[in-house]
Each structure stands twice: as C-alpha cells, then as structure tokens.
Write a protein that binds this ligand. Structure first.
Ligand code: SAH
Ligand code: SF4
Ligand code: F3S
Length: 467
C-alpha cells in the first residue's frame, strides 16, 4: 500500500542531506514524500541541537502534531511521529518521557534502520499502544552510507553530498562532537560514484558536506588516503559537473592542496565559508578553537593570493563567557580587515554538557543583544558593498528555480549570491516548451550581466546560454 512521509528539517545542510536520504530509504517500502503533515502516515522531525531555540521549536511542533495524530486516531487512521537528528541523539530518552506521543527516536547515524524501526513500531501499536516506544541512537559500526539505495527520490541542478561526518575538535561551546560522533570520512570511490549518479540525473553543482569537511581523509583504493583537495581534483574529472563547493571548513585544516584547488580547478567555486567565531585570541583560546586571529589572517592571505576574487563567509558567536568589550572590538576589527561577502552571527547559547556552559562569567543577555546588533550592522554593510561591486559584471549563473515574476528565474552566482535573472531579454530560449516558454533555461549555467544589487540578492539580464 502506498504511504506518505512528511519530513521537516531543522538545522544545517547535513540535516537537509540526511532528510533526503531518509526519504530514499523509505521509498522502496512504499513511502512517497508529502508536502504536509496533514495527509502523512509518518512524520519525521529531523532536529538540530546547536542553540537552545532550535530544540524548543521541536517541542512546539510535537505539540501541534499530537493534535493531528489524535484527530486521525479518532477516525481510525494511524500516524507515526518520529524524531531524528541531533536533539534526538542528545536527549532521546528524555524526549520520549516529555512527549509520550513520539513513536520513534533515531539518531543521525541510524536512519538506515528506519524500515526496521517502523516494523517494530507497527507491532507495538498493533498490540494496543497509542504510541510506540522505539529508540535507536547508537553509533553503529556499520555505516548508514553502506545502506543507501542507489535511486534517489530527488533531483534538481544543485545537490549536497556528505563526504565527512562528525567532529573531533571539541570547541567548548559546541554539541556537534556529541551528537554526530567522531570524525568519519567516506572512501573516495563511493563519493565519486554518488557524484556521477547525481550528474547523470541532471545535477550541475555539488556541495560537499562535512561538519569539518576539510578534515576529510578518505580511503583510496590503493590503501592510501586522499584529502579534500585531492577529492576536488578527482570530482573535477566528471564530465558535466560544472561546480564544486564544500562546507563547513575549519581554519586548522586549510592546507595548501585545498587552497591551490581554488587556483587550479576551474569547477572549484571562488567561495569559502571559513568560520572564525571570534577575533580575540583570548576568546579563541577559551573556545578551544586551536587557531589565532593571526593564523586566520595568514590563511586568508594565502587564499587571496591563490584566488584573488574569492568570496569569504564566516560564523560568529558574540557573548561567549568572559568576552570583554575589548574582545568584542577585536572581532569587529577582524571583520573590517577580512570584509566578508556574507556571514552568520549568533548570541552564545549555553548547551548542556559542553565545557563553556559551566564557565561562571556568562555575559548578560542585553550585552549579547547589543553586540550582535553592532556586528550584524557591520557585516550587512560589507555584504551590500560586495553585492554592489558586482553591478556591471558578467557572471555564470546556475538557474535553479522559478522567480516570482514572469520570465524570471532564480539562480546562484559563483560567489553564492542569489540572482534574479530576466530571461526574456535574450532571444535564445533553448528548448522552449509551450506552457512555460523560458523553462528550457532551468537547471542550466547561463551568462548574466548584473544590473542591480540589494543586501540579499542581485538582478541581472541573460547574455547567453553556456550549456
Ligand atoms: N563545524 C563548523 C560549525 C558547526 S555549528 C565549524 O567548525 O565552524 C554552526 C555554527 O553555529 C558555528 O560555527 C557557531 O558559530 C554556531 N554555534 C555553535 N554552537 C553554538 C552555541 N552554543 N551558541 C551559539 N552559536 C553556536
Ligand atoms: Fe563544533 Fe568546533 Fe566541531 Fe565545528 S569544529 S563542529 S564548532 S566542535
Ligand atoms: Fe544542528 Fe546537528 Fe547540524 S546540531 S547544526 S543539525 S550537526
């Protein structure tokens, strides 16, 4: 019988990738993906634990789902609620106690066992329970990557591909080493094979994912290991793969092979998300980041020497315990020197079980808010400046979806800027189909002249189609 699964994804891109793979795992068992929880037989919340608000959102969503589940049960219809991802990993048993409506809790490393869990849950429900009690948050020795079906339930021109997972860095603020486990790199041959399958299904751009993607050290067929730079070189050989990106990188693992890939490999995009977190050496030390502001500047210099137009992005945490006004000024100073094209910034959120959460000198909420506002104003200024400098330039844009206006398609620049492209300005409509005359451009790399810039996106006109 055909069934429907609705997957709601929180958190990082790795969760987006995992959600898709969960759908793939369920597909051979008769589940198709639904866009809403209302008609779903199974709802999976793929959760994030990185900041407090992320986990709270999950509990409020569970409350809403409970009503749907109860209403369905009154009509004799079954619905299963599963919680996956990092909150599940961190607080699985506690979640089951706090929200007895949950049927299944599974961690980020066990989703290949979903069909088995569903079977057990079904048996428990058949035995008369309102909710099943299935919990699987192990870190199994077999990996989920070995159990992925070849066929994917998804397509589109830009895809994620997990190459590395877990983290051994233990920054003092962060839950990831606990929720995702130890660092693991997939063998290079498996990645190349998955990339080829993606390209065969129409993918033009692949973003390689890892919690510490540049710590990648995958096994080679001959027994050696490859680093991320080597992997990028290998993927560049795949015909039809136009763009390679990777995220998230740690400053400690930015080696020369990788830096030079930005110079030598045409498909390696001139964009790098390289979180620095703080511009103060004292805070970086307390965070256990294992790099200094000086070593970070050195990496930026080497990157810019290799690829002068590279666009940089970062994450920042303000109000880490013990952060003084001067520490914060050092962060602003670092931002002024680097000038990011884009960045994410957060107030420090104490996470249970992490070393920083028990440091006594926590920073007042009002101070955090004030610092965040100042930092974001500066980052936004630089982002707008970066975007404005694009006006008049021609760039290759990968068109990914339809825009709001007729004849407008939405894509990304090499620097990851969102670009609204007016395709009506060009007579070449490729394989125009009658209903949507410009749909022939969808999924293609095209040449675009940038005409306008805003803080979050650009506008441009089509100059020509590339391929
Ligand atoms: N692996 C990446 C980051 C993963 S988490 C790295 O090493 O940089 C994504 C971002 O969330 C982090 O870069 C950090 O800025 C933020 N973050 C992590 N834990 C946090 C916490 N406890 N409070 C606030 N922000 C946090
Ligand atoms: Fe978290 Fe640090 Fe690991 Fe990034 S490097 S995932 S911030 S512990
Ligand atoms: Fe969140 Fe887990 Fe990703 S905590 S940021 S979903 S690794």
């Amino acid at each position: 019988m055909s069934k429907k699964v609705f997957i709601k994804t929180y958190g990082c891109q790795m969760n987006v990738y995992d959600s898709k793979r969960m759908a793939d795992v369920l597909k051979p068992h008769g589940y198709s993906v639904s866009e809403s929880s209302d008609d779903a037989d199974l709802v999976i919340l793929n959760t994030c634990h990185i900041r407090e608000k992320a986990a709270e959102k999950v509990y409020s969503e569970i409350g809403r789902l409970k009503q749907i589940k109860t209403a369905k049960a009154a009509q004799g219809n079954d619905m299963y609620i599963a919680v996956a991802g990092c909150v599940a990993q961190a607080e699985g048993p506690e979640m089951m106690r706090r929200a007895p409506t949950i049927d299944m809790v599974l961690g980020p490393q066990t989703y290949h066992r979903l069909p088995d869990m569903l079977k057990t849950a079904g048996e428990q429900r058949a035995a008369g329970r309102n909710s099943a009690r299935v919990l699987d948050t192990e870190f199994p020795t077999e990996t989920k990557f070995d159990h992925l079906p070849e066929e994917s339930a998804y397509s589109g021109p830009a895809a994620f591909l997990t190459v590395q997972e877990g983290c051994d860095k233990f920054c003092t603020f962060c839950v990831v080493p606990y929720t995702r486990g130890a660092e693991y790199s997939r063998p290079i041959a498996d990645i190349v094979e998955e990339a080829k399958r993606l390209v065969a299904s129409g993918v033009v751009e692949i973003t390689l994912l890892g919690q510490n993607v540049n710590a990648y050290h995958g096994a080679l067929a001959d027994g050696g290991t490859a680093n991320l730079g080597d992997l990028i070189h290998a993927l560049d050989q795949i015909e039809g793969l136009g763009r390679i990106r990777y995220t998230t990188s740690h400053p400690r693992d930015m080696d020369d092979t990788l830096i030079n890939a930005h110079r030598d490999v045409a498909s390696c995009m001139p964009y790098l998300h390289l979180p620095v977190q703080s511009g103060s050496n004292a805070i970086l030390d307390a965070m256990n980041r294992k790099h200094t502001r000086e070593s970070y500047f050195d990496i930026i210099d080497r990157l810019r020497a290799a690829r002068p137009d590279i666009a940089l992005s970062s994450d920042f945490i303000v109000g880490f315990p013990g952060e003084t006004d001067q520490d914060f000024e050092d962060t602003l100073d670092l931002v002024r020197r680097v000038k990011y094209a884009q960045a994410y910034s957060f107030k420090y959120s104490p996470r249970p079980g992490t070393p920083a959460s028990v440091i006594e000198q926590q920073v007042d909420e009002s101070v955090k808010s004030e610092r965040l506002a100042r930092l974001q104003a500066l980052l936004n200024e630089h982002q707008l400046e970066f975007n404005t400098n694009s006006i008049g330039r021609e760039m290759d844009i990968l068109l990914e979806r339809e825009g709001k206006l007729e004849g407008q398609l939405l894509g990304r620049s090499p620097y990851l800027q969102a670009v609204h492209v007016d395709v009506t300005s060009h007579e070449n409509t490729l394989d125009a189909d009658a209903d949507k005359p410009y749909s022939g451009f969808m999924g293609k790399l095209v040449r675009v002249r940038i005409t306008e810039a805003g803080p979050n996106s650009l506008k441009g006109e089509l100059v020509g189609a590339l391929h």
